[in-house]
Write a protein that binds this ligand. Structure first.
Ligand code: ATP
Ligand code: MG
Length: 333
């Protein structure tokens, strides 16, 4: 029985690993986003209905592992989400984390830096929002904005008031990639896994989603002229994404490029990558040890002695015995 359960667990872990393997950017490889990754890809899943079932399974698995992660309290997980506007970050967070205890998850949104944030080194504001041990932290946009929007718009780099002359040159971005890789290595070495998802949207699908935000009044608030302006820098962003993926997909924190033209498929991929990480961490409920267990037994006896007349000494044991007699899941009458 226990063997069977372990086998099912291993098979599920293997299936998830195989499913996400094509999404991973091999460390050291040179990425050309439009050549290497198809935003409309949906291999491995037949249709949306099958996708929804898979997502439900993934959400349950995440909830179970997150409870153990919190109970064990030695690892933390940082999920970084990057995408172009309308890429589906918000919906992905909502769906993938739908089964997880909200106490164990924190979402940090990163916008244009404030004056106070600009007064510090560029990683400072991200470090301030890192998850604790036992938590899953989600960065909705992340430190990668520092090599994306800041690269595409040189005036943002000027606002950072960095010393030195070589700002914005190729060597400058190389250095930034190295600093980010080192920071993530430091986090990983200290028990914090860094999971990086890039939601890869096609230009046409972005156009359609923008139009929906304009056409449907309830969605108007989601559209801003700034989004449309960023769209005009599409090619510069694609180049910045390609460079970033090539330079910062590392053995300790690889990038996953998630096809994002179908929202339901993107959500399955995101759940699968996160599940893969949690399965790999393999968090366990702590074993309290013999001494504490003995104390629990004494407490149990005391509580059983307090049972009112007619009540079972221990209703949990009585119910379990009832289930044993009448078959799994059936209550004794
Ligand atoms: P939504 O999907 O709801 O539009 P969003 O993440 O795009 O969410 P917005 O408030 O629309 O949120 O945009 C945040 C903006 O902040 C983005 O344009 C992003 O590029 C910008 N931003 C984030 N980090 C930085 C940074 N370090 N420097 C400059 N701009 C940044
Ligand atoms: Mg936006």
């Amino acid at each position: 029985m226990a063997d069977g359960r372990a086998r099912t667990r291993d098979e599920r872990a293997k299936r998830i690993a195989e499913f996400i393997a094509p999404l991973r950017v091999e460390p050291g490889s040179k990425v050309n986003l439009s050549r290497d990754f198809d935003p409309a890809h949906k291999a491995g899943v037949r249709n949306k209905k099958e996708g929804e079932e898979l997502l439900r399974g993934g959400v349950l698995l995440l909830a179970d592992h997150q409870r153990k992660l919190a109970a064990e309290g030695s690892h933390g997980v940082l999920l970084c989400l990057q995408a172009l506007d309308a890429g589906g970050k918000d919906g992905t967070i909502r769906h993938v984390m739908s089964g997880v205890n909200p106490q164990g998850v924190h979402v940090a949104n990163f916008k244009v830096p404030s004056a106070e944030e600009l007064g510090h080194d560029y990683l400072w504001r991200y470090a301030c929002r890192l998850p604790r041990r036992g938590e899953i932290g989600i960065f909705n946009r992340s430190h990668y904005e520092e090599v994306l929007v800041v690269r595409v718009h040189p005036e943002l780099l000027a606002r950072q008031r960095l010393p030195g002359k070589a700002k914005g040159k190729k060597a400058f971005w190389r250095r930034r990639y190295r600093e980010i890789n080192d920071w993530e290595r430091y986090l990983t070495d200290n028990g914090f896994r860094v999971v990086k998802l890039f939601l890869n949207l096609s230009k046409e699908e972005q156009r359609v989603r923008f139009l929906k935000r304009i056409d449907v009044p309830e969605r108007n608030w989601k559209f801003s002229a700034a989004d449309a302006r960023e769209r005009s820098s599409w090619d510069a962003y694609q180049a910045a994404f390609s460079d970033m993926l090539s330079a910062t997909s590392t053995p300790w924190a690889p990038w996953y490029v998630v096809p994002a033209d179908r929202k339901w498929f993107a959500r399955i991929c995101a759940a699968a990558v996160l599940a893969h990480t949690l399965i790999d961490i393999d968090p366990r409920y702590p074993d309290i040890g013999d001494k504490a267990r003995h104390e629990l037994e004494l407490e149990k006896r005391q509580l059983e002695d307090e049972a009112p007349t007619g009540a079972a000494a221990d209703p949990w044991v009585a119910a379990a015995e009832g289930r044993g007699r009448h078959g799994r899941g059936r209550r004794a009458r």
